[in-house]
Design a protein. Structure first.
Length: 550
């Protein structure tokens, strides 16, 4: 049953900036709260700088601590997001999903989105886009802030956004999550959200790039830097740096897996104690040649011959090239950029590191995935064995033929009687993408942590990838229009909030959330009920993908 509530139900009034709002002295800058939510009784400290602008010599370099600027109190009124880029296949994919949801015939579109001329005009950008984008927000309940420095430390929830590692930003309203930690008028947790570099500016890689001094996986370094900022400064807002939970969906969840396995566990504890990866995913790029090709394309797009020349480019030029690289080169289901094995931050794929015990094993885990993860990323044109193999060759261009044969003949054979979970070529490809990119990752986490995790399955129809985000951020506002069941939304928020506070997910009147355990149990959230079921990812297919034989 569709349940929609007015925005005023939870959002409350937000008072404009004024001198009566509290300030927090970070040492390098002083920030005043940008606003106050009078219904939830929490302050929003917006757009706090956690690193210097990554421009000039800091472009394609790890983040640096911000410079001191105490000349005036900062109200955080200048909103910044990192340069965005969305693949051209995204629009027809969205139209296709809409048709499926509404039960309509597939749209009559040409599903060819690659090979566009690189000189094609770039649409107007969001005016907030800037390379100088390494900022975060802190939402803190009034009661919590009033106890800062008095021996009390509130639990902290840190959001890392998704978006294919090429788009997204920190700006979601946490009113519902904060309310779930206490009640509608007094929350108990601090909420932090952060930006990190995207696309070419955050995820460039390759042998030549690294040989010239470029650092791969910069988005992970940005996230880590922001998490270390939380460790250093969150007590000033009344938070406890020893009670930090990171949460993120899709690329955000995939980033969290990379943070847990960072450096193969050789650099001590991670800067958080708990994690909630939702649909953690990324498209693995195993080949140095694949990464080298991407770097060469960026150089060609900018008429550059070296990393030094890329660093000297005006922001407008590098941002345009970033947009073109993803929009015009990305084949269906691909975003060009994302985490890569770099021999440092990412010594191997996270699945391998988890299998080998090379990660911080003291992190507590609540992980989730959706019942229909792959549909958005599966080309509707897959209707034959030939088109399926073509898609696999696109996704894994340097995989040995033996691996392609293993996928198509042994793991996902052309058997369409339903015994393998599919009845046509599209559904077969959908399952391959779901497991290889998203859902098997949740199993790697649970088995890596000796089955002592909590795991849920979001199955509210149609349960496509990302459809759980409005439930996580349910607040009665515009984002909540797609929430089909308020009970599930509130339960999910309470699970996350109680896990952040107490290390165990609980929700009033809801079936007990049991650990994954040796029987691979997950809690299935559906409009027809909430029940304990066996994890479908506890299978031989996921065991094969975990070896990264592609």
């Amino acid at each position: 049953m569709l349940k929609i509530f007015g925005a005023a139900a939870l959002l409350g009034a937000v008072y404009a900036q004024n001198s009566s709002l509290p300030t927090v002295d970070l040492g390098y800058e002083i920030y005043r709260a940008a606003g106050f939510n009078s219904t939830g009784n929490f302050y929003n400290f917006s757009n706090i700088r956690f690193a210097q602008a990554p421009i000039g010599n800091l472009r394609f370099a790890p983040p640096k601590a911000p410079l001191e600027n105490r000349s005036a109190i900062n109200n955080g009124d200048v909103s910044r997001i990192c340069p965005q880029s969305s693949p051209a296949w995204g629009k027809p994919a969205t139209n296709y999903l809409t048709s499926l949801v509404l039960g309509l015939p597939a749209p009559n579109e040409t599903f060819v989105v690659t090979g566009a001329n690189s000189s094609s005009p770039v649409p107007p950008r969001d005016p907030r886009e800037s390379e100088d984008c390494l900022f975060l927000d802190v939402f803190v309940p009034e009661d919590v802030l009033s106890k800062a420095g008095k021996g009390y430390g509130a639990a902290v929830l840190v959001w890392i956004y998704g978006g294919g590692y090429t788009l997204g930003n920190k700006n979601l309203n946490p009113a519902g999550l904060i309310a779930a930690s206490g009640n509608a008028s007094n929350g108990d947790i601090i909420y932090v959200s952060l930006n990190y570099r995207l696309g070419a500016l955050g995820w460039q890689s390759g042998p030549s790039y690294q040989a010239e001094g470029g650092v791969s996986n910069l988005g992970l370094y940005d996230q880590r830097f922001a998490l270390e900022w939380v460790q250093k400064y969150i007590h000033l807002f009344g938070g406890d740096p020893n009670r930090v939970t990171v949460v993120g969906e899709s690329a955000g969840g995939g980033s969290i897996m990379h943070q847990i396995t960072a450096y193969g566990g050789l650099k001590g504890k991670v800067p958080f104690q708990q994690a909630v990866p939702q649909s953690p995913g990324w498209q693995p790029a195993q080949s140095n040649l694949q990464q080298e090709d991407t770097y060469r394309k960026l150089l060609n797009l900018t008429n550059s011959s070296s990393l030094a020349e890329l660093r000297a480019l005006p922001s407008e030029d590098i941002m345009r090239a970033n947009f073109q690289q993803v929009t015009y080169d990305a084949e269906w289901g691909s975003f060009i950029y994302g985490p890569v094995v770099d021999g440092n931050f990412v010594p191997q794929q996270p699945g391998q590191l988890l299998a080998q015990g090379r990660f911080d094993q003291d992190v507590r885990i609540l992980v989730g995935h959706n019942a229909n993860e792959g549909t958005y990323f599966t080309p509707p044109s897959i209707k034959s064995e030939e088109t399926l193999v073509t898609q696999l060759r696109s996704a894994y261009p340097y995989a040995p033929q033996h691996s392609i044969d293993t996928i198509t003949k042994d793991l996902y054979p052309a058997v369409f009687d339903g015994s393998y979970g599919y009845r046509n070529q599209f559904s077969r490809a959908n399952l391959i993408i779901s497991e290889s990119v998203f859902t098997c990752n949740t199993n790697y986490l649970s088995t890596g942590f000796k089955n002592e995790t909590y795991s849920y399955l979001f199955a509210v129809p149609p349960a496509f990838h990302g459809f759980d985000v409005p439930y996580t951020y349910y607040d009665g506002g515009a984002l909540s229009l797609s929430v089909m069941n308020r009970t599930i939304a509130i339960a999910l928020q309470q699970f996350i909030a109680s896990f952040a506070e107490n290390g165990a997910p609980e929700a009033g009147g809801i079936t007990q959330f049991n650990m994954y355990g040796p029987d691979a149990r997950v809690l299935k959230l559906n409009v027809t009920g909430i029940e304990d079921v066996r994890d479908s990812n506890a299978n031989a297919r996921c065991a094969w993908w975990q070896k990264a034989l592609y």
